[in-house]
Ligand binder design. Structure first.
Ligand SMILES: Nc1nc2c(ncn2[C@@H]2O[C@H](COP(=O)(O)OP(=O)(O)OP(=O)(O)O)[C@@H](O)[C@H]2O)c(=O)[nH]1
Ligand SMILES: [Mg+2]
Length: 233
């Protein structure tokens, strides 16, 4: 295990959602947490969701970082912060697959012990397919990662099943139940309710999403602090 890898045995499960631009990272995250599919999302910054989910039949504090592809230059911060990674590409976008392959390589070098899920999104666009499922599945296998291909737009059930079982695996790899949900977050983070945030994203006439504990919008400076504070655990 590399020095920069820390074995976390308490506190929230931290998952970073990585991937190229417009592959559906935000759609996937919001779909999982709210069961809703929303067409357009803010994409200029990272979104940190803090919540308590049922993982393997028990309440579990979880933090999910929906990363912004426009902030990829700072992705080292994400690699340090999270203990598990969802690497997303779009099956109709070969370039996003190449980017996912590069990310897997980087994870292999910098976070070899981390749990990784490779996720091919937009399977509803099979007629525009540029990435064969078997190729991506083999890539994941070669990196000892899980693999799933699904459509965030069309199947809430697939998203839920895939991420539920991934979180279960992440938790089981810790070996012990986790502690509290307070986390270690720098004081300057802007906080707003998910209802308000999603309300502004999806428009006034949509019904409110299911409640989530907290959504924190991070700019680059704040993200750096978040990583610094997570290293002090
Ligand atoms: N057809 C289809 N479109 C999808 C799917 N998931 C997301 N999209 C669409 O893809 C576009 C990008 O989705 P986002 O969730 O914003 O993608 P992102 O990866 O968060 O993008 P950035 O934050 O800009 O990097 C949006 O128009 C979504 O509606 C899917 O499963 N199928
Ligand atoms: Mg996004």
């Amino acid at each position: 295990m590399r020095a920069e890898e820390r074995v976390t045995t308490s506190g929230p499960l931290r998952v970073a959602v990585l991937g190229g631009t417009e592959v559906g990272k935000s759609a996937l995250t919001v779909r999982y947490l709210t069961k809703r599919y929303i067409g357009e999302y803010r994409s200029d910054t990272d979104m940190l969701y803090r919540c308590v989910l049922q993982v393997d039949g028990a309440p579990q504090p979880v933090e999910i970082m929906d990363t912004s592809a426009s902030c990829q230059a700072a992705s080292h911060a994400h690699l340090q912060w999270a203990e598990a990674f969802v690497v997303v590409y779009a099956i109709n976008n070969k370039q996003s697959y190449s980017q996912a392959a590069n990310t897997l390589q980087e994870l292999n070098e910098r976070r070899p012990s981390a749990s990784v899920l490779v996720l091919g999104n937009k399977s509803d666009l099979g007629h525009l397919r540029e990435v064969e499922e078997v190729e991506a599945r083999t890539l994941a296998l070669n990196h000892s990662a899980r693999f799933s291909e699904l459509s965030t737009a069309e199947s809430c059930e697939d998203v839920t099943d895939t991420l539920d079982s991934f979180l279960k695996e992440v938790k089981s790899q810790r070996g012990v139940a986790t502690g509290n949900c307070s986390g270690n977050v720098s004081p300057k983070q802007r906080k707003m309710s998910v209802t308000r945030m999603l309300g502004s994203l999806i428009g006034r006439h949509s019904p409110p999403p299911q409640p989530i504990t907290e959504l924190i919008v991070l700019d680059k400076e704040e993200r750096t602090k978040l990583v610094r504070s997570s290293r002090q655990i």
